[in-house]
Ligand binder design. Structure first.
Ligand SMILES: NC(=O)c1ccc[n+]([C@@H]2O[C@H](COP(=O)([O-])OP(=O)(O)OC[C@H]3O[C@@H](n4cnc5c(N)ncnc54)[C@H](O)[C@@H]3O)[C@@H](O)[C@H]2O)c1
Length: 256
């Protein structure tokens, strides 16, 4: 059972068509939020909205490329036009990590990844913060970082740099907007069983059995909903004295 800790609140979740974003949109709706599920993938995004509605929740889909400022502004406007206001957002959308050593990195993919994972997250923050300030302050924003924002793996230089950047961005926005009672935090997931992780396993030729024990003190991959639970706590008033923090949901990977 999910407690209705977001009853009456309006939430945006980016990257909501699959993986952790889909799990977050579904959990937030179960907790009472009206959810704008935003993603580039319209077909799968609309599937998520249908699942939420079938379960008795309220959601709408919005197509967005978070690397485009005008589209992100439109996303926030749609949330307000559809549901009346904005209370919380989970900036989750990101591209699959790069796969080359630093001396070999692909400059085109570097630019694309930075424009989505770092600038796209910043654009979401920018337009969400403007809306929260215009409403008179208050609200909670959650950025999705990664263990890669703390502990690099080899051959992901762009992704590692972008996720370190997301941590810095989170802390900067937290200190700038604390006086307006807007909280900004991040969640740093470990190895979570999503299409992104499955793609990486296939790319490097690893199996879950050989890889999971290296990445998790619990010896297994996490489930998307286990990350969504941390975002739910941060989005809700249950975490009212928490801002500028990065919460690790990584089965101890960064503690070892
Ligand atoms: N899966 C993991 O093990 C893992 C670990 C640490 C951090 N993360 C982070 O968690 C978040 C979610 O990861 P996931 O594994 O669920 O990813 P995923 O690839 O399964 O899903 C990502 C979603 O983002 C959407 N998206 C991509 N680019 C977009 C853009 N420009 N605009 C709008 N939507 C876009 C995709 O369409 C997709 O629906 C990401 O920020 C990722 O970096 C994942």
């Amino acid at each position: 059972m999910t407690f209705p800790v977001l009853e009456g609140k309006v939430a945006i979740v980016t990257g909501a068509a699959m993986g952790m974003g889909a799990a977050t949109a579904e959990l937030f709706a179960e907790a009472g939020a009206r959810v704008l599920a935003a993603d580039m993938n319209e077909e799968r995004g609309r599937d998520v909205v249908r699942r939420i509605e079938a379960a008795g929740g309220t959601a709408a889909f919005h197509g967005v490329d978070i690397s485009d400022s005008a589209q992100v502004e439109g996303m926030v406007r749609t949330a307000v036009d559809t549901f009346g206001r904005l209370d919380t957002a989970v900036n989750n959308a990101a591209l699959t990590p790069d796969d080359r050593l630093t001396a070999e990195f692909d400059e085109d993919y570097w630019d694309r990844l930075m424009s989505v994972d770092l600038k796209g997250t910043a654009l979401c923050l920018k337009h969400e913060l403007r809306q929260l300030v215009a409403q008179g302050g208050g609200g909670s924003i959650v950025n999705i970082s990664s263990v890669s924002g703390f502990r690099p793996q080899p051959a992901n230089p762009a992704y590692v740099a972008a996720k370190h950047g997301v941590n810095g961005l989170t802390k900067t926005a937290a200190l700038e907007y604390g006086p307006q009672q807007i909280r900004v935090n991040a969640v740093a997931p470990g190895a979570i069983d999503t299409p992104m992780l499955r793609g990486a396993l296939e790319q490097f030729g690893f199996t879950e059995e050989e890889y999971a024990p290296q990445l998790s003190l619990l010896g297994r991959f996490g489930q998307p909903r286990e990350v969504a639970q941390a975002s739910l706590w941060l989005a809700s008033d249950q975490s009212s004295y928490v801002t500028g923090s990065v919460i690790h949901v990584d089965a101890g990977y960064t503690s070892r």
